[in-house]
Design a binder for this molecule. Structure first.
Ligand code: OXD
Ligand code: MN
Length: 591
């Protein structure tokens, strides 16, 4: 870049983007167009404009410096999966896992909604890069939005601004995202993906997962489509580094359905009885995985920040997150205290006076919304990995799938090989929590935790996973974990949180061939003596329960899995074979 480049107006830097912005502007008719440069000055201006309009509340700047509170419309507080579509020319490509509309019908519908929708508003152009700026695995996108809240969040969640725009001139391509909050009428809310056009259109919602188009829409749905075409994986996975007392650092990637504690695991604090162990976060939600020249699997985190669930965050559950969100954080839909601090269930300090909607707080009512969020830069994480910005990413030693299961699934189990591990991922299920549905214990299948995020047919996705395994000379080992097993009275058997590191130690030792295991019908399992339980006071009988495999429950699980997989057209024969093998082993082992 020549020095003069700095003085060139942003809209002149990149013709392909300017052309698209102009065509959108003709449709949506904004009053102003603002090209985001990602600067601090721009952030301050947008914040003060929002504060002046009452759209943002400055929190107590002594105890929560540079923190703000935003409230979304009460009908707009979560991702709306039933209004989310994948529009491919061939319906089968989208699969029964996605809502589908023909691209022509979707374009017509969305043209109608977007027509003139930004009159009197500012159209923001947000160029962004997902992944370290110079990484060959990183990708660019541009989101057009009329929401300044989206601008402030995207500034945290992505590498946003002038540098990203310059990268687009080098790459020559980018993913397009067009977003308008519209009139927030929930009947006219659509989140539409056109993978063949690398385009996302979102109308009628200001909520994170529906409006921050770089996150679930680009980094998972569109990216998973691109990943299949190009031979890599875009996954709903955290990435963490684990250092043992000898100073060796190894990395794991782990997929859990929403609300199973991914952020807590990614930022885990080792128990005091495991001196010398350290954990570093590379990412808490999304991993892009590539087959390296060395035949190993390498991961980058496409995101630059965290958009995490606030309730329950405290010093005991996640000290790193708790410390991290005391500065530079946008809170969405939390409650407010008398001294302008944010408040949420589990904060353990202070009292709310306003609930998440801004109404006077009434004792016993819900103060912070169950899905209230923090948006914060990853650089504020006290245990952020120094490798987070490595353009090549980190090598993955173990892939972990986990769900919330009161029964059935043992604490940990290792797949016999890659294909078996793919079946483990495809079988992933989690029980609903009361907060989400009002009913507990309903098992929902959520393959690889990607059910809401896979931008194409799940059977093709599993086939792609099988293919990736064939391309890996040194594949990571694959595991299934369950931190949520309960006894007959409903008590959790495993303490969870920091203690999960004991299970991680076993998995990493297995990947280095230095931990023992015994073969069960469902995979390799540790015996109690194979786990490091030093300093953990847990009765042997509880450990036995945590590591038990109940034959009749598992045979029933096989029946239910067959039923579920029958609903997926084109289910891969390799996975059916794996299912049969487990069944045969269950019957012959008589476990
Ligand atoms: C998220 C989710 O917000 O998975 O990350 O729902
Ligand atoms: Mn997620």
């Amino acid at each position: 870049m020549g020095e003069n480049q700095a003085t060139i107006p942003l809209e002149k830097i990149c013709d392909v983007v300017t052309e698209w912005v102009n065509s959108v502007a003709t449709l949506v008719q904004p009053e102003h167009i603002h090209w985001c440069d990602g600067s601090m000055e721009e952030k301050r201006i947008i914040e003060s404009q929002m504060i002046a309009r009452g759209e943002l509340i400055k929190l107590n700047q002594e105890t929560f410096p540079d923190c703000f509170l935003a409230r979304s419309h009460p009908n707009d507080v979560a991702r709306t999966e039933h209004q989310t579509f994948v529009c491919t020319r061939d319906k089968e490509l989208a699969g029964s896992n996605n809502n589908w509309m023909s691209p022509d019908s979707a374009h017509e519908l969305m043209r109608g909604l977007f027509s003139g929708c930004m009159q009197g508003r500012t159209l923001y152009v947000i160029p962004y890069r997902l992944g370290p700026l110079s990484s060959p695995y990183a990708r660019c996108g541009v989101e057009i939005t009329d929401s300044p809240y989206v601008v402030l969040n995207m500034r945290i969640m992505t590498r946003m601004g002038t540098d990203a725009l310059r990268r687009i001139t080098i790459d020559g391509k980018f993913v397009k995202g067009l977003h308008s909050t519209g009139d927030l009428n929930s009947e006219r809310r659509y989140i539409i993906h056109y993978p063949e056009e690398t385009l996302v259109e979102s109308f009628g919602s200001g909520y994170g997962g529906n409006a921050l188009l770089a996150k679930k829409c680009h980094a998972l749905r569109i990216a998973s489509w691109q990943a299949r075409e190009e031979g890599w994986l875009a996954e709903h996975m955290l990435i963490m580094g684990v250092q043992n007392p000898a100073g060796e650092v190894r990395y794991i990637a782990a997929a859990f359905p929403s609300a199973c504690g991914k952020t807590n695991l990614a930022m885990l604090t080792p128990p005091t009885s495991m001196p010398g162990w350290k954990v570093f976060t590379v990412g808490d939600d999304i991993a892009w995985l590539h087959v390296g020249d060395d035949g190993r699997l390498w991961a980058i985190n496409p995101e630059a920040g965290y958009f995490g669930v606030v309730p329950g965050t405290n010093r005991d559950t996640n000290k790193n997150a708790f410390d991290m969100i005391h500065a530079g954080t946008i809170f969405t839909n939390v409650a407010l205290t008398a001294d302008d601090e944010p408040w949420w269930q589990g904060r353990k300090k202070n009292q709310p006076i306003k609930d998440w909607m801004g109404n006077d707080y009434v004792d016993g009512a819900v103060a912070a919304h169950a899905n209230s969020r923090f948006t914060v830069s990853a650089s504020r994480n006290p245990v952020q990995s120094a490798e987070s910005n490595n353009p090549m990413g980190v090598p993955i030693s173990a892939i972990v799938f986990g769900g919330r299961r009161a029964a059935l699934a043992p604490l940990v189990c290792e797949a016999f090989d890659w294909d078996h591990g793919v079946l483990m991922g495809a079988s992933l299920a989690s029980e609903t929590t009361a907060a989400a549905t009002g009913t507990t214990g309903i098992v929902r299948r959520d393959p690889m935790a990607m059910k809401p995020f896979c931008g194409y047919n799940l059977s093709d996705y599993w086939r792609h996973w099988l293919k990736i395994g064939r391309n890996l000379k040194s594949p990571p080992k694959l595991f299934h974990v369950n931190w949520f097993r309960r006894d007959t009275k409903g008590h959790y058997l495993w303490p969870g949180f920091g203690e999960n590191l004991r299970v991680i130690q076993w998995m990493l030792d297995r990947s280095e061939n230095r931990a023992a295991a015994t073969a069960s019908a469902i995979g390799w399992m540790p015996r109690v003596a194979d786990l490091n339980l030093q300093g953990l006071e847990l009765e042997a009988s509880i450990m036995e329960q945590l590591l038990s495999v109940n034959q009749s429950e598992w045979l029933q699980e096989i029946v239910e899995l067959r039923e579920y997989f029958k609903q997926q057209d084109r289910f891969p024969a390799e996975l059916e074979l794996q299912l049969q093998s487990i069944e045969t082993r269950l019957v012959s082992n008589n476990q």
